[in-house]
Design a binder for this molecule. Structure first.
Ligand code: ACO
Length: 334
């Protein structure tokens, strides 16, 4: 048995900054409402006419991660790609990365677990490394939300929250099982699928149906019961962090850095106060990027590392909650 450890991190966000004031020109919203409810000041949205997608942003983040790992694309044994906004209905983005980075014909897998996508993806990669099947795995989280949002007042409750971006890491084999990813914890509760959903286009909600229904059919835009999501998120975040700490004999005081999924600053602040963590023990960047779903944890982890906020020996906790519902955590000895 081995552990896996992160040896390279990268991120890519589009240049195009969309402020809350920019949104207020598209729909009936305002900076004060958005900041007070979500903490978001601005987000990045791919500019129309540029060629970025989830796959291309993921490839850009991946190149940086591979380089920082001091590896080449030919050293990677497997790809795991988390997104809810793939370029195509099928095939998934993982195989596009294999092509975009001109990699050997290694396996590639897509994970469809929304805001928990990156935590699920890193857990899958960790298992492949723990069993000895693969040595170096590229794990990517990327989202191109902006093209699928309702940019009218009808969609304002959801649209103001989401941003585009990508993050990636390289996981490698670690012989010392007291280091690296110590454990991961994954959960789901599918009875709440309709609380945060894009129902179509899908096989069950196919395009002709949507076209026939006309503009009134909003099943192809995200629907969110925000209050319901909030209530479940704060409970599940807490539970899954405690589950991870207990599994490893750690107390909440032992957390050196908590990287929560950047859902909403109020959720992160609730968790911070519940666990009595100082500001330097929790990393948030939702203010700049909004909620980038499967990309948010890996973008935040990358940025925390780039800013020197994570050092060798730290107990780093990743935690996420999202549509499905799904939730999870990863406990890492850096
Ligand atoms: N700008 C201005 N007004 C708005 C906007 C907007 N963008 N959106 C909604 N409103 C209005 C509503 O129409 C409503 O008006 P009314 O009282 O006249 O009917 C009022 O603001 C309050 O609306 P609520 O939906 O009740 O607002 P709430 O205070 O619940 O805040 C929010 C909404 C921020 C989504 C909140 O429910 C929340 O934090 N939910 C957590 C869910 C979350 O974080 N989701 C992120 C994505 S999922 C994930 O990552 C896990």
């Amino acid at each position: 048995m081995y552990n896996s450890k992160i040896i390279g991190l990268g991120k890519y966000v589009p240049d195009n900054v969309v402020t809350n004031d920019d949104l207020s020109k598209m729909m009936d919203t305002n900076d004060a409402w958005i900041q007070e409810r979500t903490g978001i000041q601005e987000r990045r949205w791919i500019k129309a006419g540029t060629n970025d997608t989830s796959a291309t942003m993921g490839a850009k983040a991946a190149k940086i991660a591979i380089e920082r790992a001091s590896l080449t694309k030919d050293d990677i044994d497997f790809i795991v790609f988390a997104t809810l906004s793939p370029d195509y209905y099928f095939p998934g983005c993982g195989v596009q990365i294999q092509d975009l980075l001109d990699m050997p014909t290694i396996g590639a897998l897509d994970v469809r677990n929304q805001c928990s996508g990156f935590v699920y993806a890193i857990s899958v990669a960790d298992q492949f490394i723990k069993t000895g099947m693969y040595k170096n795995i590229l794990v990517i989280g990327a989202e191109y939300h902006s093209n699928g949002l309702d940019k009218t007042t009808r969609g304002r409750g959801v649209t103001v929250i989401f941003g585009d971006g990508a993050g990636a890491c390289v996981l490698t084999r670690e012989e010392d099982t007291t280091k690296g990813i110590l454990s991961t914890h994954l959960h789901s509760e599918g009875k709440y699928a309709d609380k945060l959903i894009v129902a179509g286009p899908s096989i069950a909600h196919w395009v002709p149906e949507i076209i026939e229904a006309g503009d009134e059919d909003v099943s192809y835009f995200p629907y969110m019961d925000g209050t319901f999501v909030f209530k479940h998120a704060v409970v599940r975040f807490s539970e899954v962090i405690i589950e991870g700490l207990e599994k490893n004999g750690l107390q909440k005081e032992d957390i050196d850095m908590l990287i929560p999924h950047q859902a909403n600053l109020r959720i992160a602040q609730y968790i911070q106060s519940k666990f009595k963590l100082r500001d330097d023990q929790v990393f948030n960047n939702i203010m700049k990027y909004g909620n980038t779903t499967a990309a948010s944890v890996i973008i935040a982890l990358t940025e925390a590392w780039e800013e020197g906020k994570i050092k060798a020996g730290d107990n780093v906790v990743l935690a996420a909650f999202g549509s499905g519902f799904t939730w999870g955590s990863a406990i890492i000895k850096w």
